[in-house]
Design a protein around this ligand. Structure first.
Ligand code: ATP
Ligand code: MG
Ligand code: MG
Length: 378
């Protein structure tokens, strides 16, 4: 029996552990928090990223190491890679941890990006704003997630406030043009150690305050964008010798794809694949990193995922809906925290829109569901 080590014990590790079990794969999770939610479904080794005594023991107990948390220090990833197989490789992880390196790589691989400039000083910010203008977004290069570490510059006069908010960041900043996109898509992709590569159908996503709120898959009316996204994801994966699942977050502007960021791990916008695809992102990630053959990434029908942020709503309206699926991560409620999600599936878009509407009314979440229902009806 193989043992998969997972760095980070959040909901992604939890869902990986659940997907690993039927394959006969045991999991061992590392997290500094004793109450990490993956610990409810898998053994947990409580240690921080520089506890090399605990990590030495962990490395000896597992066959392969992977990530739930993309901000594991690169030094720790490299140290582990000298002792045990680590997928994705630490170089790929390092690129994805830095918005500047990531965007440079996107361009090298033929994926256009919003205009961007590196910003390390207040003078850099003025220079960058002179080039990019407003509206724009100042972001920390590292460690941002769920819209944290970002400042939206609506007009040039906001520069001081933006610098005040983020200027002290030790890892540097990046200024990006604000893209008035038509929509946001993501592509989930998976590559094996042998180089086998697949993507799932494109997902359409809606964010609220920088946090994913709703996803719809397959994204409607994507036409050629599916094959463009697939080709770009493949180029990136081959360039990084990437093994496992990753997500590319994309903006569609004037019908063209722009790269926002990549997540070197399973991704929130792929949670629909648990019930909505032949093989889920979690199962294929486990298969890929362990050197097993991949499963089919086709959609079974149409799916919508609601993200539950801060606290869980009542489960009953989801459980009472045909093909409705409830996911409680077993986390404490906290503002802004991802505590669960629900996926509802159907064989056609009309039925799906009706089911999504039924759940939204039951939970008084009409606003959250509205863009999905509109897209399903278009
Ligand atoms: P995640 O939780 O996905 O890792 P994050 O904190 O890394 O989020 P981003 O993905 O950079 O943040 O931004 C979050 C959201 O903010 C995006 O999905 C998009 O809706 C919006 N956004 C970010 N950058 C831009 C931009 N340049 N133009 C327009 N909207 C943007
Ligand atoms: Mg991010
Ligand atoms: Mg993002």
């Amino acid at each position: 029996q193989s043992v998969l080590g997972i760095l980070g014990g959040g909901q992604l590790a939890r869902m990986l552990a659940i997907a690993a079990a039927p394959l006969g794969v045991r999991t061992l999770v590392v997290d500094s928090a004793g109450d990490a939610c993956a610990g409810q479904v898998a053994p947990l080794c409580q240690a921080d990223w520089t506890d090399f005594v605990a990590l030495e023991k962990f490395a000896a107990e597992v066959d392969v190491v992977t990530f739930d948390f993309e901000n594991v220090p690169a030094d720790t990833a490299h140290w582990l890679a000298e002792r045990v197989a680590v997928f994705p490789n630490p170089r790929a992880l390092a690129v994805a941890q830095d918005r500047l390196a990531e965007k440079n790589l996107f361009r090298e691989c033929g994926l256009q990006t919003p205009a961007f400039e590196a910003v390390d000083t207040r003078e850099d910010l003025s220079r960058a704003l002179a080039k990019i203008g407003a509206p724009s977004i100042l972001k920390t290069r590292r460690l941002g997630y769920d819209g944290k570490g970002q400042f939206r510059i609506k007009q040039l006069a906001d520069a001081d406030a933006a610098w005040e908010a983020l200027g002290a960041n030790a890892h540097g900043l990046i200024l990006e043009a604000f893209v008035p996109f038509e929509r946001e898509l993501s592509v989930l992709a998976v590559r094996t150690r042998a180089g086998d590569f697949r993507v799932w159908p494109l997902t359409q996503n809606w964010h609220t305050d920088g946090v994913l709120s709703l996803s719809l898959a397959p994204a409607p009316n994507v036409g050629e964008l599916q094959s463009h996204a697939e080709a770009l994801a493949r180029t990136l994966a081959e360039h990084l010798d990437y093994v496992g699942v990753f997500a590319l977050e994309l903006f569609v502007k004037d019908g063209q794809l722009l790269g926002n960021e990549m997540a070197p791990r399973v991704h929130n916008s792929g949670h629909w694949t648990i019930e909505g695809a032949i093989t889920s992102q979690f199962e294929n990630h486990v298969r890929a990193v362990l050197g097993l053959p991949l499963g089919d990434t086709s959609a079974r029908g149409f799916s919508t995922m609601f993200n539950w942020i801060g606290e869980l709503p009542d489960a009953a309206p989801v459980l009472n809906t045909v093909d409705g699926h409830w996911h409680d991560y077993g986390k404490q409620s906290r503002p802004g925290r991802k505590v669960g999600h629900a996926t509802v599936c159907a064989q056609d878009t009309k039925t799906l829109a009706a089911r999504v509407g039924e759940i939204a009314r039951g939970l008084q979440r009409e606003e959250q569901a509205a863009p999905g229902i509109r897209a399903l009806s278009s």
